[in-house]
Ligand binder design. Structure first.
Ligand SMILES: Cc1ncc(COP(=O)(O)O)c(C=O)c1O
Length: 383
């Protein structure tokens, strides 16, 4: 956080849960499809073959990261579309069987929104609460299932506090009760293991721009045989499940990003830096800094902390040049306590001071130490 030689505050990006930069290897893989290979992947001639081969290779790369089959991957425009397709698509396909959906109290708006919409269509939605660490109790999920339950949607990891849900256990319950299980893995893919069979999920959402691919691309994993009505009708793209000419350019980007995400080494380094930040803050502030989220079941890059007696937005504003988030970046600007922290039972006077630092591949120790020093100065002068 030193001043650079030109007197401009060094910029530090600690908002990787909001969006990641495109990895240089991803950009390199995409370039030939920006500059050439323009053919429609569905055409039958020479101009299509490179685009079509690349589209299918990218599908395999995504499937490999998830332990899935290629034909179980549908390209979408991002995490929100994947979530909408999962929820509306499964609900519509299963409406003859029942109308009850189970979700959790800490979901992203891209789950809450489709749930509210489906309620207006006559579906019933039950929201399972979370504990103070932000975790659902699988037994509570089991108790919420009724003979009319057709779908459970519980996120894999939370965007604000990083808490990882016990999806494997929920998966065993869902399977035993014959209920389709969806998980929003927008934040977990590339950070922790996301094998669809270990998790026991039927549907899983991915967002490209959280995993060093560009914005505008995502994917939905759909287990073979899982019922799904398309949202976008048209020609038979994506196995008839999402019409529209596929972008080989964007698909290649997501595929390359998933191929890179197999390597656990960057995440080990990121976890160590995240823990260093927390240790430095604890050393500086003691009990005046509180930690939000689960101590163990948490994304390795995420640290949500609250400074007692300070508004998170004010602290961030004084951390000039540091990009981090209060509440969730997707709905920043809100002054009230975030729904996630509220659902965790965090007291408003604590939650108001919450800041989410989310680290990524570009984060350095120098940046972490700079932010810790700067916070100590700011809060010492403010108290
Ligand atoms: C958990 C979660 N789900 C879904 C989304 C939405 O993804 P996208 O921005 O690709 O639509 C986000 C983005 O913040 C997210 O964090």
């Amino acid at each position: 956080m030193e001043l650079e030689g030109n007197g401009i505050m060094q910029r530090i990006y600690l908002d990787y849960n909001a969006s990641t930069p495109v990895d240089p290897a991803v950009a390199a893989a995409m370039r030939p499809f920006l500059e050439g290979h323009f053919g429609n992947p569905s055409s039958g001639h020479w101009a299509a073959s490179a685009a079509n081969a690349a589209l299918e290779a990218a599908r395999s790369q995504i499937a490999a990261l998830l332990g899935a089959e290629s034909d179980e991957i549908i390209f979408t425009s991002g995490g929100s579309e994947a979530n909408n397709l999962a929820l509306k698509g499964a609900a519509w396909a299963l409406k003859a069987k029942g109308n009850h959906i189970v979700t959790s109290a800490v979901e992203h708006p891209a789950i809450l929104g489709p749930c509210r919409f489906l309620e207006r269509q006559g579906f019933e939605v039950s929201v399972v609460p979370v504990d103070r660490f932000g975790r659902v109790d699988p037994d509570e999920v089991a108790r919420t299932i009724t003979p009319r339950t057709i779908l459970i949607s519980i996120m894999h990891a939370n965007n604000e506090v990083g808490t990882i849900q016990p999806i494997g256990e929920v998966g065993r319950i869902a399977r035993a009760r014959g209920v389709v299980l969806h998980t929003d893995a927008a934040q977990s893919v590339g950070k922790i293991a996301t094998d669809v069979n270990a998790l026991g999920v039927d549907l899983l959402s991915i967002a490209g721009h959280k995993v060093y691919a560009p914005k505008g691309v995502g994917a939905l994993y759909v287990r073979r045989g899982a019922p799904l009505e398309p949202l976008i009708h048209g020609a038979g793209h994506e196995g008839g499940r999402r019409a529209g000419t596929e972008s080989a350019l964007l698909a290649v980007g997501l595929g390359a990003a998933c191929a890179l995400a197999h390597d656990p080494a960057p995440m080990d380094r990121i976890r160590a830096l995240r823990d260093r930040l927390w240790q430095r803050l604890q050393a500086a502030f003691g009990s005046k800094v509180v930690f939000n989220g689960h101590p163990d079941h948490r994304l390795p890059n995420t640290l949500n902390v609250a400074f007692a007696g300070h508004a998170g937005a004010e602290v961030l504003a004084r951390l000039d040049g540091v990009a981090a988030s209060t509440g969730s970046a997707c709905h920043a600007g809100q002054v009230e306590l975030s729904p996630v922290l509220r659902a965790m039972g965090i007291a408003p006077q604590v939650g108001m001071g919450a800041i989410r630092f989310s680290l990524g591949r570009g984060t350095t120790q120098q940046e972490i130490d700079g932010v810790a020093d700067r916070l100590a100065n700011i809060l010492a002068s403010a108290s």
